[in-house]
Design a protein around this ligand. Structure first.
Ligand SMILES: [Zn+2]
Length: 320
């Protein structure tokens, strides 16, 4: 099909010549002003830092890779599951992992960063932790402190964009240790935050558990069950409510997540959803499905568009 259905080539050339002759500055009808990049992010999710499997060395290598990019990012977003696990771990084991987290960041990270909380960053919800809800740091309080968050969910302004950091891990039911969703208080806050944001300001949302993803369908055992099985702990169970809210708002341009250790891109109702793999690959044991240890470089533009590139950093899994 012709790109110019209502103009013959001859007529088009005549029009173009006339426009150019009129001052040399005229643009063709299809040409738009170039978008301008306003921020470059590195999204590092699912680090699962632990003393074993040389994870600290791997994390340091990943940070060095990010910081030696020829087109260096301005900011790192940590996508949660920053430590291997505190959900089911004792206080001592949890403390060891957070200390390691700070040690690596102090020696190997000179970029500013923001983080959200992952399910494995929540302390004590699992029975094996031996923790009680009365203890200081129980649940998300410890992670909020270690990750230097103002609150378990919050919003900040960056380079003309609004960043909304969500807390997507919630107490589960009899079938799930936890569920991906927003509690009512957080949902109401999010709705108010979107309403208060000018329509011309693009919004980025960071959550640990994906709000919407395609890869989750490829992580179950559908061949055996004859059904696509996507538990509410793999992807937000309140996706319908959230996508309706984003559609109504109109300026939620991109949602970033981790949790799946897989990489995909979904566009739904004008919002792009990126799952950005895992720094740890398969928990420092090699690739997970087809995805090696890596992170995403994400460019944000002034017109609300984005681009994403998933990059591996050359890590080879160690045995111990
Ligand atoms: Zn997770």
């Amino acid at each position: 099909m012709s790109r110019w259905p209502d103009l013959s080539r001859r007529k088009f050339l005549t029009v173009a010549a006339a426009l150019m002759g009129a001052g040399g500055l005229a643009r063709s009808a299809e040409e738009k002003p170039a978008r301008r990049r306003v921020l470059r992010l590195a999204h590092l999710t699912d680090v699962h830092l632990q003393p074993e499997k040389q994870a600290a060395e791997g994390f340091a290598k990943c940070l060095a890779h990010v910081q030696s990019q020829p087109d260096k990012p301005d900011l790192i977003l940590f996508g949660g599951d920053n430590i291997m696990d505190s959900f089911d771990q004792t206080k001592d084991r949890t403390r060891i992992q957070w200390e390691l987290w700070h040690r690596v960041l102090k020696s190997d990270c000179s970029l500013p960063y923001l983080s959200c909380i992952g399910n494995h960053d929540v302390w004590g919800w699992g029975k094996k932790s031996g923790a009680s809800p009365e203890e200081p740091g129980y649940g998300k309080a410890w992670a909020v402190e270690e990750l230097r968050l103002p609150k378990r969910y919050f919003a900040v302004e960056k380079a003309g964009w609004k960043f909304i950091i969500l807390d997507s891990t919630h107490v589960g039911d009899s079938r799930h240790g936890y569920l991906g969703k927003l509690d009512d208080e957080q949902f109401d806050w999010l709705a108010a935050e979107l309403k208060a944001t000018p329509k011309d300001k693009p919004i980025l949302i960071l959550s640990h558990i994906p709000i919407l993803a395609a890869c989750v369908f490829l992580d179950g055992n559908n061949e055996k069950t004859g059904d696509w099985v996507v538990p509410g702990s793999w992807m937000h169970i309140d996706t319908r409510k959230l996508t309706a809210l984003f559609h109504q708002s109109g300026n939620v341009k991109v949602c970033l997540s981790g949790h799946t250790h897989m990489v995909d891109e979904v566009n739904y109702l004008g919002t792009t959803y990126y799952c950005d793999g895992a720094v740890s690959g398969a928990w420092w044991g090699g690739k997970y499905h087809q995805f090696g240890e890596g992170y995403a470089l994400i460019d944000l533009y002034d017109d609300g568009t984005t681009s994403r590139e998933f990059v591996t950093y050359g890590w080879e899994a160690k045995k111990s």
